[in-house]
Design a protein around this ligand. Structure first.
Ligand code: DC
Length: 230
C-alpha cells in the first residue's frame, strides 16, 4: 500500500449499511483521517432548524444562503482511533444532538438543496487535500472525490439495516419501534436515491460490498485486501 500512502478512500452507501463503523475502523487501520460527511449535513440541518428556516418557502432562500456563508462548523478528530467525530457548531458541541433518527431525516432534507451541497462539497474537498483520508457519505466517490484511489459502496438489506439502527439507538438510550425505523430507512433511501443532485449511487469504479451477512471486521479485511498491491 506504500505507493498509495496519503490516498483518499471513499465509502458510500445507504444508512445502516455499517458505513460509519467500518469507515472509522478502516481509517484507524490505515492511520488515515476519518471524514464523516453525514455529520456535516446533520449539522447544517440542525442550524437550519435552529434558525427556523422553511426550506419550502422561497422567501427564506436568502436566509439559507446567509447561514451557509457564515457557517461555523468544525470537525474534531476523535481522541481515540475508531471513535465518532466530534462536531462543533458556532463553537458548541453538537455531536450527540445531531445523531438522532429525527436529525437524519432533517439532514436528508437539507442535503437535497444545491447551495448546501455546494458548500459542504467544497469543505470536504478542502479536507481531502491533506490526503490520507477515509471519506464516508452518499456521494464521496461520485461527486466529492471522483479521483479517489479506492472507492467502496456498502449495501445491506433494509431489514438488516433497520435492525442495526435500532440497536445503535438503543445503545444511546433511544428506544424506538423497529417498524418505524424500517419505514424511516426506506423513506430516506427513496429520498437520497431519487434526488436530482448527487443522488446516492455507486460510482462505476466502486467496489460493491454487501455487508448483510459479513461482520464489520470481515468487511474491513475485504477492503484492505482490495487495497493491497497485487
Ligand atoms: O450518513 P448519515 O446518516 O449521517 O447522513 C445523513 C443524511 O445526510 C443522509 O440521509 C443524506 C445526507 N448526506 C448526503 O446527502 N451526502 C453525504 N455525502 C452524506 C450525507
Amino acid at each position: 500500500m506504500s505507493e498509495k500512502k496519503g490516498a483518499v478512500v471513499t465509502i458510500d452507501g445507504p444508512s445502516g449499511s455499517g458505513k460509519s463503523t467500518i469507515s472509522r475502523m478502516l481509517a484507524a487501520r490505515l492511520h488515515y483521517t476519518y471524514l464523516d460527511t453525514g455529520a456535516m449535513y446533520r449539522a447544517v440541518g440542525l442550524k437550519v432548524r435552529q434558525a427556523g428556516i422553511d426550506l419550502d418557502n422561497p422567501a427564506d432562500r436568502p436566509r439559507l444562503v446567509k447561514l451557509l456563508a457564515e457557517l461555523d462548523l468544525q470537525l474534531a478528530l476523535a481522541a481515540r482511533a475508531g471513535e465518532e467525530t466530534r462536531v462543533f457548531l458556532d463553537g458548541e458541541e453538537i455531536s450527540a444532538a445531531i445523531r438522532t433518527a429525527e436529525m437524519g431525516l432533517v439532514a436528508s432534507r437539507v442535503s437535497a438543496e444545491p447551495v448546501v451541497r455546494q458548500k459542504l462539497t467544497e469543505m470536504q474537498r478542502q479536507f481531502g487535500l491533506q490526503g490520507g483520508v477515509v471519506a464516508e457519505g452518499r456521494d464521496t466517490g461520485t461527486v466529492v472525490f471522483p479521483q479517489a484511489a479506492y472507492k467502496f459502496y456498502l449495501d445491506a438489506s433494509p431489514e438488516e439495516r433497520a435492525r442495526r439502527r435500532w440497536e445503535q439507538l438503543r445503545e444511546k438510550g433511544q428506544e424506538m419501534d423497529r417498524q418505524e425505523i424500517l419505514a424511516q430507512i426506506e423513506k430516506r433511501d427513496r429520498d437520497d436515491s431519487s434526488r436530482a443532485l448527487a443522488p446516492l449511487s455507486a460510482a462505476p469504479d466502486a467496489i460493491i460490498i454487501d455487508s448483510s451477512v459479513l461482520s464489520v471486521e470481515a468487511v474491513v479485511e475485504v477492503m484492505l485486501a482490495r487495497m493491497a498491491p497485487a
